[in-house]
Design a protein around this ligand. Sequence first.
Ligand code: PLP
Length: 394
Amino acid sequence: MNPSKTTFAPADRMAALPKQFFASLVKKAVAATAAGRDVINLGQGNPDRPTPGNIVQAMQEGAANPQFHRYSPFTGFAFLKEAIAERYKLDYGVTLNPETQVAILFGGKSGLVEISQIMLNPGDVALVPDPGYPDYWSGVAIAGGRMATMPLTASNGYLPDYGAIAPSDLERAKLLFVNYPNNPTSAMAPAGFYAETVDFAAKHGILAVSDFAYGAIGFDGRRPVSFLETPGAIDVGIEIYTLSKTYNMAGWRVGFALGNEEIVRQIELLQDHFYCSLFGGVQWAAREALLGPQDSVRELVARYESRRDALYEALAGIGWQAEKPAGSFFCWLPVPRGYTSSAFADKLLDEADIVVAPGVGFGEHGEGYVRLGLLTDEERLREAAARIGRLGIF
Ligand code: PLP
């Protein structure tokens, strides 16, 4: 038999995986760059700055330490769990027991997908924001769950309206995802929102998952609030935190699930069956990120804020008016009349060599918007605005 002729039938769960909406855009952008065009890619969420030097140095020490060349403890090193608990105490005033209320993750993404495997039986419902981060959908699909979307619109301040969820969805709901500072809308959670979330989750017996990926990035002096600061939050939920954005460590794959002990235990149990924790050197460097000097975080937020101001000034100059982001490193901009978000994104790539993410890729309620990332320097952001201006659309 010729092995190249063999065909395999993957399990049904593979066919259930959601389509990668942005894959075709990425392909087009790569092709444009390969063809020698000067593409400004504002479509992705990949931090452009290097990891701070003290963290890289700790990694170098960690790599040379034979203690870390062996298997790491299955649930990770205590020093890293203690470091994240310490950081939460300092930054949010939240007290966590590092032994029982902290699980180490291979980046936030893995925890967000794992949580659906832990909570959902086939047919169970997960309440997800629309627009929202597509990895929530992936976990729900793999678990054979069903998604009920909660529209986030400008008129509701990009917050879910728990009162508008259909009773039939509520009946089967086991899981709720919230994400502030928000990707893609850049909204922040106002005071009182998490108290409402805790009440809602407790009343309906739903596990609340706060995706706090942009927890360090608030502008104009506004500090993002952790869900876990709210009384009762630990009884009904967990928070997923990541080092990817706060410390420019997206490639390092370090995240945490924090909060409810029962859920933390289940995450560690599931991970016991898939992995054997992160490389010890990475854990050592992650400890340095959390306990070392935090100046780099303040500098990073200030940098994103001045990029934001530069871009919005330039956009106002070409007549593209929108509210400035409150947090995260994304800009959520309305598309001009007469375009869908995909048609507008295509036009920007084809005619101005600019990549933006069409809002519809984040859900039906993302239609009418495009998302731009503040992940290139001010000069390039101004250049992007100037190119868009030359299209004469606004
Ligand atoms: N959550 C949101 C909203 C994100 O935008 C991202 C990354 O882009 C993540 C979670 C996951 O980040 P990571 O897997 O790098 O920790």
